[in-house]
Ligand binder design. Structure first.
Ligand SMILES: NC(=O)c1ccc[n+]([C@@H]2O[C@H](COP(=O)([O-])OP(=O)(O)OC[C@H]3O[C@@H](n4cnc5c(N)ncnc54)[C@H](O)[C@@H]3O)[C@@H](O)[C@H]2O)c1
Length: 246
């Protein structure tokens, strides 16, 4: 019951890693507000987790009013908000000459501005419900560049930086903020990708493995941890050299 008494709001919670985090938090005794553009799977997940534990809210992370509504639902349904998991994200790619301003603006709006708006909307209730924890999902692409992922890399570096300025501002008021940097995780975002050539463990990570780290950061077990970066990548960022996977 590591999350007993805690209420979490998860963006992009209808599927993939966000859905896994929602299930893990409920299994650990917490309550969740699942926010996503995808109404059907989001509602189905909330029903599966039980109306006493979970509620779905339609959320577009690029809209401040949408975030404000999600925070209001957390307050009205569960009375407080201790955890914000800024998980919603998209990926797009292209060489410099092909990559359009439209693609750039879209990914920055979702992956970076979306996290900023979530923090802005949730902070008053996180402060009122403290101790609280903000978890910004970045990527290993927030620590090193990835060719032809210009917008994704920039947005994930931005999320890492935003985490630190927020952590500094809120540390004295018992609200922590940390960034999580997954390597390649098995979700719809990268279905079919073969990682044997570059992942030292020779496999993708599972969403549940990331959820274990998220539970640590969401719970009071990590009460002295703020402004930090947590890599979970099967050793991908450890260095280079011949791998023994094949
Ligand atoms: N899968 C990976 O290998 C990997 C690695 C590193 C980081 N990440 C990051 O982890 C997070 C989760 O990714 P995932 O792999 O579970 O992907 P996913 O595509 O399965 O899930 C992303 C979710 O975000 C939602 N979403 C997209 N735009 C939204 C918006 N404007 N408002 C609200 N919700 C929106 C989608 O509907 C979807 O449910 C993302 O931020 C992603 O960048 C993924």
């Amino acid at each position: 019951m590591r999350m007993a008494g805690k209420v979490a709001l998860i963006s992009g919670g209808a599927r993939g890693m966000g859905a896994s985090h929602a299930a893990a938090i409920v299994a650990a005794g917490g309550k969740v507000v699942i926010g996503d553009l995808l109404d059907e799977p989001g509602q189905a997940l909330a029903e599966e987790l039980g109306p006493e534990n979970a509620v779905f809210v339609h959320l577009d992370v690029t809209e401040m009013t949408s975030w404000e509504h999600a925070v209001t639902v957390a307050k009205e349904r569960f009375g407080r908000l201790n955890v914000l998991i800024n998980n919603a994200g998209i990926v797009n790619h292209g060489s410099l000459l092909d990559y359009s301003l439209k693609q750039w603006n879209l990914i920055i709006a979702v992956n970076l501005t979306g996290q900023f708006l979530g923090i802005k909307a949730a902070t008053p209730l996180l402060l009122a419900s403290a101790p609280s924890s903000i978890i910004n999902i970045s990527s290993t692409a927030g620590l090193q560049g990835i060719a032809e992922l210009h917008g994704y890399t920039a947005s994930k570096f931005g999320a890492r930086g935003l985490t630190k300025s927020v952590a500094l501002e809120l540390a004295g008021r018992n609200v922590r903020a940390n960034s999580v940097h997954p390597g390649t995780i098995s979700t719809q975002m990268n279905a079919g990708l073969d990682v044997a050539d570059f992942n030292p463990m020779g496999r993708m990570g599972e969403s549940a493995e990331v959820s274990s780290l998220v539970i640590y950061l969401a719970s009071d077990e990590s009460c002295f941890v703020t402004g930090a970066e947590f890599v979970i990548d099967g050793g991908e960022l450890a260095g280079t050299g011949p791998l023994k996977n094949k």
